[in-house]
Write a protein that binds this ligand. Structure first.
Ligand SMILES: [Zn+2]
Length: 94
């Protein structure tokens, strides 16, 4: 199942997804990548981004959009259990 992955020049999230920028990746699958925010707003601030460049949720197909939320949800629960605090951000490209 290979969905087309688009990259945008100058997009930090695309660079991280491509392994061209440093990030503490905590989850990775065929649709999304999750990593610690470099400038955390809260302890345990995570970003969950689709592998495909997107500016908003409406740019994603339903399956990818659902996976972003699903992973964010799972990680948020894991973080809360680890008492780091839970704050996830599903935006990509802001
Ligand atoms: Zn991008």
């Amino acid at each position: 199942m290979s969905q087309g992955t688009t990259r945008e020049q100058g997009c930090i999230f695309c660079a991280i997804v491509a392994g061209q920028a440093e990030a503490s990746v905590v989850h990775e699958d065929e649709a999304v990548v999750a990593f610690m925010d470099l400038h955390p707003v809260t302890p345990g601030h995570l970003l969950v981004v689709p592998r495909t460049h997107a500016v908003g949720l409406e740019d994603l197909d339903r399956a990818t959009g659902a996976q972003v939320w699903s992973v964010g949800h799972d990680l948020s629960r894991a973080l809360r259990r680890s008492r780091l605090g839970a704050e996830e951000d599903q935006r990509h490209g802001l």
